[in-house]
Each structure stands twice: as structure tokens, then as C-alpha cells.
Write a protein of this length. Sequence first.
Length: 72
Amino acid sequence: MSTAALPYLTTELNAPPPDSVAQLPEPQLQLLADALRAERARRAEGLGEAAEEALKLVPGIARGPVRRILFR
């Protein structure tokens, strides 16, 4: 069982990985953890862009207060 990549993967999953995954070779565990982190970042970026696009539907005078309310 890998020692260095397993805690990194556990952090990315927010839970211990299944035993079958935990027994993968260390390079594969690292690759999986990196892929999870990259996907999470990509989704967060997409959500941010979608929120900014949605704010364009709010009248200009109200955008500042609406942005502060939504993104505290």
C-alpha cells in the first residue's frame, strides 16, 4: 500500500478511498488525486463564470448589492 499519495487522495475525496483503490500503485494514486483536484478546480471556475453571467440579468444599479448578498 502506498504511503505518500494515499493521504493526498483521502484529502481530495474527503473520505478514505475504498480498499480496492487504496491498493493501487503509488503513481496511479497520485494521478487519480491530481485528476480529482483538477476537475474540482475546473468545476469551481465554471460555477464562478456562470454566476457572473447570471448577474448580467440583474439591473446594473442592483448588481453590487446582489453580488455582496450572494458572494459573502
